[in-house]
Unconditional design. Structure first.
Length: 72
């Protein structure tokens, strides 16, 4: 299984933007996500066309299962 964390932020212009991270651990907690999003906002290291990230808007953890088939 592959897990992806999508973090939604509001920018200075009031627009939503999403930052996705794949390969996150399956035991990720709400508190860890909140802390990570707070760090992303406080460090201000991402640049968007609509300004700085200023507020958390939501987050979701997506689970994806891939089945590969050997074909010859």
């Amino acid at each position: 299984m592959e897990y992806t964390l999508a973090m939604n932020f509001l920018t200075e212009s009031g627009l939503k933007t999403t930052l996705s991270v794949s390969g996150v651990k399956t035991s990720l907690t709400k508190d860890e996500v909140n802390a990570l999003m707070d760090i992303v906002i406080s460090k201000n290291i991402f640049e968007t066309n609509s300004g700085d990230l200023v507020k958390k808007a939501g987050a979701q953890l997506t689970q994806r299962q891939v089945t590969k088939f050997d074909v010859a």
